[in-house]
Design a protein around this ligand. Structure first.
Ligand code: SAH
Length: 248
């Protein structure tokens, strides 16, 4: 299966949590961790909590921004304990894991999927969530839904490992590929350009329009062939209208 899963921690303030995340990642058979604006990750505390997963820690790459950290990722999946109004669609952890595994199984090229974890206190910002193509929630007690960061990484890594294993044991028959996260981003850019050009989108009063559109399309991603039709329609609107055929 051609897929890389990358665990991205954003704004972590306790190095012990980075160590715990490294351990969880290695326990489940993954290895790649990226750190965005995090505290130092090679502390005594981090190494102690990594408890042998030192390689994941020492190889972790540091970035200043989330954009830079996920630049090579086709899918960017944010994790959140809370349901946020108007953000990208929120799905249960198991369903997202299955989707990742199924996509990886049907894809012919190597896809890189980022799983993004937020700050211990405040989670991910709205802006960071907007950068995501999906949001994932670990279903739990609605009155006590915030897991420790290391525990959240553990559950997500476990579900992904399980899903990847079950999909590789039961490969689906030929199935049309769903448009990639990257294709979706190009589509949103294209659509936004046209909405601005036609005056449908007022940049001074955007009213969450792009977020709503994104949520709509991410709820049911089109197949690649359907995406080609959508892009074709958008491109056609950018051309001057041909003279009408009058049938005579
Ligand atoms: N108070 C924060 C929670 C931060 S917990 C908030 O309400 O957003 C730190 C991180 O662990 C979160 O940003 C998220 O990445 C992950 N996390 C914790 N509980 C989670 C849950 N139930 N589902 C998904 N991710 C969770």
């Amino acid at each position: 299966m051609n897929m890389r899963l990358v665990f991205v921690l954003v704004g972590t303030t306790h190095s012990g949590n980075i160590g715990a995340a490294a351990r969880a990642i290695k326990n489940m058979g993954f290895s790649e961790m990226r750190l965005v604006d995090c505290c130092s990750h090679l502390t005594k505390d981090a190494l102690a909590r990594a408890s042998g997963a030192d390689g994941v820690l020492t190889e972790a790459k540091r970035f200043d921004t989330l954009d830079a950290a996920v630049a090579d990722c086709q899918s960017v999946i944010g994790t959140s304990a809370r349901d946020r109004h108007l953000a990208v669609p929120v799905m249960a952890c198991r369903d997202v894991a299955l989707e990742i595994a199924t996509d990886a199984n049907s894809s012919t090229s190597t896809t890189c999927v980022a799983l993004v974890f937020g700050r211990e206190r405040s989670g991910l910002s709205n802006e960071e969530m907007d950068r995501c193509t999906r949001l994932l929630r670990i279903p739990c007690n609605p009155e006590f839904s915030s897991l420790n960061l290391g525990a959240a990484v553990q559950v997500v890594a476990y579900e992904c490992a399980q899903a990847l294993q079950s999909v590789s044991l039961n490969p689906s028959s030929e199935r049309e590929a769903i448009a990639s996260g990257e294709a979706m981003l190009h589509f949103y850019d294209h659509l936004q350009r046209i909405m601005l050009a036609t005056g449908f989108l007022d940049p001074d009063n955007p009213k969450h329009l792009m977020r709503r559109i994104k949520r709509y399309f991410e709820r049911n991603r089109p197949y690649e062939s359907e995406m080609n039709i959508l892009r074709g329609i958008l491109s056609a609107t950018e051309k001057p209208f041909p003279p009408k055929k009058d049938g005579g």
